[in-house]
Design a protein around this ligand. Structure first.
Ligand SMILES: Nc1nc2c(c(=O)[nH]1)N[C@H]1C(S)=C(S)[C@@H](COP(=O)(O)O)O[C@H]1N2
Ligand SMILES: [Mo]
Length: 329
């Protein structure tokens, strides 16, 4: 599907030297160990984010002609302008650093990004440990302009750099009993002070059904606005699933595991009545404490109507044929 333009990656990184995939696999070493899901046994109290109304918003900071020159004047396929680099990198949900969206960038500034490895394991033929250089060499990085719709009812338009998650999964070779994909963020309370909070079942985990994960829209992102990701955006590698609420787009991933059963997520643990496994953007199903019918685009006054599947129904609605999307929220 090429409704999204490819950018000339040569402008961003030197011509890649492609590793022989088998050499890489051989070098990758041992299988991902069994990662135990944080089962605190204790039911964490409802999350702060889940207790407050939709968070206060940034004042509009940009006019259309102050956009970053890298993608100057560009818009998404609906004609909506991109949010600015400034907005995208200074208004972040990343609870490992802070629950204050405007404090995350500062608190994450010194988060070390090297060395960084991502293990791909579980029910796969070829378990692999990648470092970020491997990933940048093996997968063609392209630009994808996507809307990001937070469950708190704000949204942005972001020009990501990344590659289809499905390509990485195909390289691992899912076994026939693999039905879901489970993602995990780094767990290191020394580097991520928010992880000292006992309110959540760290590390942050998320999951997708395998067919969702294989959909071309689901990407692993390494950058935005033509630059490598900054820590606050989930560097060095984060998921972006544009038809689901933003919390599914897990940041700073260290583990991707193919599993047989529907995995739990941090948000399902924290407030199962508020955050379901599917979390598809759905204006017809309200959050228990606020409406999902409309949203505020950061940088704009007023509200916009929220679109089913965040405007990507044509590409993804078929994944849910026959499902009750009120029950499977
Ligand atoms: N590890 C981790 N990933 C995360 C979060 C988080 O707190 N921790 N927040 C999620 C939420 S609620 C949203 S809306 C998006 C925000 O992404 P952005 O800050 O790049 O806009 O990241 C998601 N991924
Ligand atoms: Mo969110």
């Amino acid at each position: 599907m090429s409704r999204f333009p490819k950018i000339s990656w040569t402008e961003i990184t030197p011509e890649s030297v492609y590793l022989n995939r088998r050499q890489l696999m051989a070098a990758a070493g041992a299988v991902l160990g069994a990662v135990s899901l944080a089962a605190c046994g204790v039911q964490p109290p409802p999350a702060p984010a889940a207790q407050t109304a939709p968070a206060p918003e940034l004042p509009p900071t940009a006019t259309p002609d102050s956009r970053d020159p890298v993608a100057g004047g560009a818009s998404d396929e609906l004609g909506d302008p991109l949010n600015t680099y400034e907005q995208i990198t200074n208004y972040n949900n990343f609870y490992e650093f802070s629950t204050d969206k405007e404090a995350v960038a500062r608190l994450a500034r010194d988060f070390p990004l090297t060395p960084w490895t991502v293990t791909v394991g579980g029910l796969v033929d070829s378990p692999t440990t990648y470092d970020m250089d491997d990933i940048r060499k093996l997968f063609d990085i392209e630009e994808r302009i996507y809307r990001l719709r937070c469950v708190e009812a704000w949204s942005m338009v972001i020009p990501w750099l990344g590659f289809p998650l499905g390509k990485l999964l195909a390289a691992a070779g899912p076994k026939s009993d693999a039905k879901y994909v489970r993602f995990q963020t780094l767990h290191n309370p020394e580097l991520m002070p928010g992880q000292r909070s006992a309110w959540y079942s760290w590390p942050y985990t998320e999951g997708l059904r395998l067919d969702e994960a294989m959909n071309d829209l689901a990407i692993l992102s390494t950058g935005l606005y033509g630059k490598d990701l900054l820590p606050q955006s989930g560097a060095p590698l984060r998921l972006v699933v544009p038809w689901k609420y933003g919390f599914k787009s897990i940041k700073s991933i260290v583990s991707i595991e193919l599993v047989a059963e529907e995995p739990n997520s941090l948000w399902m643990d924290a407030a199962p009545n508020e955050y379901g496994f599917y979390a598809n953007v759905n204006p017809d199903v309200n959050h228990p404490r606020w409406s999902q019918a409309s949203e505020r685009r950061i940088g704009e006054l007023g509200r916009r109507t929220t679109l089913p599947f965040n405007g990507y129904a044509e590409q993804v609605a078929h994944l849910y044929d026959g499902m009750d999307l009120r029950k499977n929220f």
